[in-house]
Design a protein around this ligand. Structure first.
Ligand code: HSE
Length: 407
């Protein structure tokens, strides 16, 4: 029997206990022995829940118990999860987590501690919820030079954008509906401003480069400025608008950003609707590989944490190497990155024809019209460096929208 402790009895933590109970026999078969939850750590009481019998409030009880070999950390946030994880690894216990904030910030350091103590730090659930993406990157796509990752990495924003697209509704209205349904937090900032997706693309890019990609270095734009009119144009182009986390290697250097993109129907990410996530990985030999599934939610996320627990249980006392060291990776400067931009601005009519100025600034552009939208000029530029685009667009007044294009 392998004893496990679960830190945090919130949505994910209680999901971990549930998965271990419901799939007890399957998990036993996969590990070769039974996995038993010996403790659950939480500050709260859960009267009437059987978890009360194994509930502890003092982390030291878990840390000092030599029978506990694996810890499932589902607390979220950097502290105290960081200190608890570090101490567990130093004591030779493996830690499995869904905590993207902690992994993005201290992943490399915690992996090194795990290595020195013949333990494992696994974090499958930190990106893409229930979608296997960390293990495939570490253990499967190992014969390739990965040159690009492009992903819908946040379920909340994908739900909001899908509803806006399909119902023609406004951002604020859909956000409220998403909050009422429990898909969005009461404080939605981390999701709608792109911070959550930013940490996830930082983790993926760290794994691909083998070095520390700091999320603070990643240019991040959220979805709060996207309007119903933007979707009308998207429809006219047979496209949708998706919040993407992108990392691409250009001339030997990775460039990373999180931003809303226009995505055409032929792009597999176009079909990723609602709370689902999709991640496209491009390798120089394997070409495109797509990962798709539920990127959030209790059972899918807990399923990924427990898959790590299974892996940790099968490898007790043996460190599984993960290439991610603490040396900082210098991302390419976003200002140098070339993109195509979709722009909407006020049409001032024949008296003040803006087209000559637009052509002078951006060269030939592709003009776009949308049904029912008047008094606007909308166009897509050719590829242009971000800094040049910024310099040119600043010359125009009444710019309603700027969205990058990922056709
Ligand atoms: N808020 C996150 C999302 C949860 O919506 O994707 C999963 O990380």
């Amino acid at each position: 029997m392998v004893n496990v402790a679960v830190l945090g009895y919130g949505t994910v933590g209680s999901g971990v206990v549930e998965v271990l109970n419901i799939n007890k026999e399957i998990i036993k078969r996969n590990v070769g022995e039974e996995i038993k939850v010996k403790y659950v750590l939480d500050l709260r009481e859960f009267e009437g829940d059987p978890v009360q019998e194994i509930l502890v409030h003092d982390y030291d009880v878990i840390l000092k118990d030599k029978d506990v070999k694996i810890i499932a950390e589902a607390m979220g946030g950097v502290e105290p999860a960081y200190t608890f994880t570090k101490n567990a690894l130093l004591a030779g216990k493996s830690v499995c987590t869904s905590n993207k904030e902690l992994v993005a910030k201290h992943g490399a350091e915690l992996l090194e501690i795990a290595k020195k103590n013949n333990a494992n730090y696994f974090f499958e659930a930190s990106v893409g919820g229930g979608i296997p993406i960390i293990r495939p990157l570490n253990n499967c796509i190992t014969a390739d030079e990965v040159t690009g990752i492009s992903g819908i990495l946040n379920g909340t924003t994908n739900y909001i954008l899908t509803e806006m697209s399909e119902k023609g509704a406004a951002f604020e209205e859909v956000l409220k509906d998403a909050q009422d349904k429990g898909y969005a937090e009461r404080n939605p900032e981390a999701d709608v401003e792109g911070h959550d997706a930013c940490r996830k693309i930082a983790i993926l890019t760290s794994l691909v480069t083998g070095s520390q990609v700091d999320f603070e270095d990643i240019y991040t734009e959220g979805i709060t400025k996207i309007t119903e009119k933007d979707f009308k144009y998207a429809k006219a182009m047979k496209a949708s608008i998706k919040l993407l986390g992108i990392s691409k290697k250009i001339d030997g250097k990775f460039y990373s950003l999180v931003a809303p993109f226009l995505v055409k129907h032929k792009n597999p990410l176009y079909s990723v609707r609602g709370v689902f996530n999709g991640i496209l990985v491009h390798g120089n030999m394997v070409d495109d590989v797509m990962f798709y599934g539920r990127g959030a939610g209790k059972s899918p996320t807990a399923s990924a944490v427990v898959s790590d627990v299974v892996d940790a249980a099968k490898n007790l006392g043996k460190h599984i190497p993960v290439e991610w060291n603490e040396k900082k990776y210098d991302l390419g400067k976003i200002s140098e990155l070339k993109s195509r931009f979709f722009v909407r601005m006020k049409d001032k009519g024949l008296d003040d024809d803006l087209m000559p100025a637009i052509i002078e600034a951006f060269g030939d552009v592709l003009c776009i019209r949308a049904e029912g939208v008047h008094d606007e000029l909308a166009f897509i530029t050719d590829e242009i460096r971000e800094d040049e685009f910024k310099e040119h667009i600043a010359k125009f007044e009444d710019v309603y929208s700027v969205i990058r294009v990922d056709f």
